[in-house]
Design a binder for this molecule. Structure first.
Ligand code: TYD
Ligand code: MG
Length: 452
């Protein structure tokens, strides 16, 4: 086989150089050259096409969408995030911090799939003994999963072509290397090229492929981000390593909805699926305390109740601290400004800490009203009561704006036994079918007086 040609290409300007250099000769950028395989242009394929018309353009109405077959993974939370099961020939990237449970999740999933389809688990990190030990711990040692411990892409692709598995796992992409490049495994160039070869194999053979990617702290090591555009689905596995909750979140999905989440709990015997996450994230023991409120948030198609806590404490710093865990800190600074300007509540001499309980991360603006309610409750040292749920976006003019799927949020609150829901007036349902008292608010000032 002829050796593939590689060159060092500048990430900044696209300039090429035959050797690595610290500075790009074309644009002068530092440390921007990465080794890249050069595409072979011309050659036999194109020449062979000129004779007969081998290329045919297809009409959109000719292709059959219903041909997409989905293979259930046997874990309903994983299926939910994938959009209803695994699609043949699709490539799913699972990213997450080391030790979060990616290998555990995929071991459980592939063992469940093995009952119905041919599988191959390729590990570049662990020995076959280690994998077997984990499987024993998970009570899955008897399942018919094919195992391969190998790091070289070409060897794996050859083995997969011979074995013809329907589902394959590569754990992890950072440990894989291809012969075509000289750079070390884990470098951007290696990760990108190895993944490209796996993706090509998956598309050609119709194998559903899971790629595991560690999110690394150093920028020098390639994280899963460089792969996001190559794959069909990107899932991130997140959660506090210290807490048992794990959330699998779809960031990109060509076969389903994004922002869908699956909730798991890490136990002694592996990951357990959590069908009713709201009940899990709420710790409703003891009395109601100041600075705590329950937020009805929406994750994908699923409403989720989580507790938002705030602590407001007198500051001795010239720049009082604003710290958020699970929320956006800039948004908190903005909300505090709105609180001052439109609610007359002063926090510029106070440190403000806001935390979402259970390691959940909330990106939607519907959390605004809950953040402010918790802040004001802590500042006034007045509990809001344990039967209250809050949601709504707060605008810069002090108005409370509607959010999507208000009905679902109310229904979830009612289902879990809450008695009062504070919501944007524009989200008021026409008819109430629920046993809850609804408190509509139009402006921040209305909310503050309702909470007083
Ligand atoms: P692992 O799947 O190896 O993480 P990753 O592949 O993302 O690096 O998970 C490792 C952690 O999970 C480890 O700290 C131990 C814990 N764990 C359990 O708590 N219970 C179990 O049954 C298993 C298999 C692992
Ligand atoms: Mg692992």
């Amino acid at each position: 086989m002829a050796k593939t040609k590689t060159a060092y290409v500048c990430n900044n300007c696209g300039g090429q150089s035959p050797q690595w250099a610290g500075q790009c000769a074309s644009c002068g950028a530092w440390n921007s050259l990465t080794e890249t395989v050069l595409a072979r242009v011309g050659g036999a394929r194109v020449a062979g096409l000129t004779g007969d018309a081998a290329v045919r353009v297809q009409g959109l109405d000719e292709t059959q969408a219903e041909r997409i077959r989905r293979l259930p993974t046997g874990m309903s939370e994983l299926d939910r995030v994938l959009g209803g099961g695994l699609v043949a020939g699709s490539v799913v990237l699972i990213g997450g911090d080391p030790g979060i449970g990616k290998s555990t999740l995929l071991t459980q999933a592939i063992a469940a799939i093995a009952a119905r389809a041919k599988t191959l688990y390729v590990s570049g990190e662990e020995s076959a003994d280690q994998i077997t030990l984990r499987a024993q711990r998970l009570g899955l040692a008897g399942s018919a999963v094919g195992l391969l411990t190998e790091n070289q892409v070409e060897v794996i692709v050859t083995a997969a072509a011979a074995e013809r598995p329907q589902v394959m796992v590569i754990d992890s992409i950072q440990t894989m290397f291809t012969d075509t490049l000289q750079s070390a495994p884990g470098s951007v160039a290696q990760v990108r090229e190895s993944a490209a070869q796996f993706v090509r194999h998956a598309k050609r053979s119709g194998t559903a492929l899971f790629l595991v990617g560690h999110v690394t702290k150093e920028g020098t090591l390639a994280g899963p981000r460089v792969l996001e555009h190559m794959v069909d689905t990107v899932l991130y596995f997140e959660g506090d390593a210290s807490s048992t909750f794990r959330i699998l979140r779809a960031i990109k999905n060509r076969f389903g909805a994004v922002n869908e989440i699956g909730v798991f709990a890490m136990t002694e015997a592996g990951l357990r699926e959590v069908g009713n996450p709201s009940a899990m994230f709420l710790s409703r023991q003891g009395d109601s305390v100041a600075g705590s409120v329950v937020l009805a948030t929406q994750e994908g198609t699923r409403p989720l109740l989580v507790e938002v806590q705030a602590l407001v404490d007198q500051s001795h710093l010239s720049n009082p601290r604003r710290v958020c865990v699970g929320l956006d800190t800039n948004r908190l600074a903005m909300l505090l400004a709105v609180l001052h300007r439109h609610g007359g509540v002063v926090t510029y001499d106070q440190d403000v800490f806001v935390n979402v309980v259970g390691g959940v991360r909330i990106a939607e603006t519907a959390a605004d009203l809950a953040v402010l309610a918790a802040t004001v409750s802590s500042l006034r040292n007045r509990p809001l009561g344990k039967d209250l749920v809050v949601f709504g976006e707060v605008g810069l003019a002090g108005e409370v704006r509607p959010v999507q799927r208000g009905q679902d949020r109310i229904r979830e609150a009612a289902k879990l036994g809450f008695k009062r829901v504070m919501l944007p007036a524009a989200n008021m349902p026409k008819a109430t079918e629920h046993e809850v008292e609804l408190i509509p608010v139009r402006r921040l000032a209305d909310a503050l007086s309702a909470l007083a």
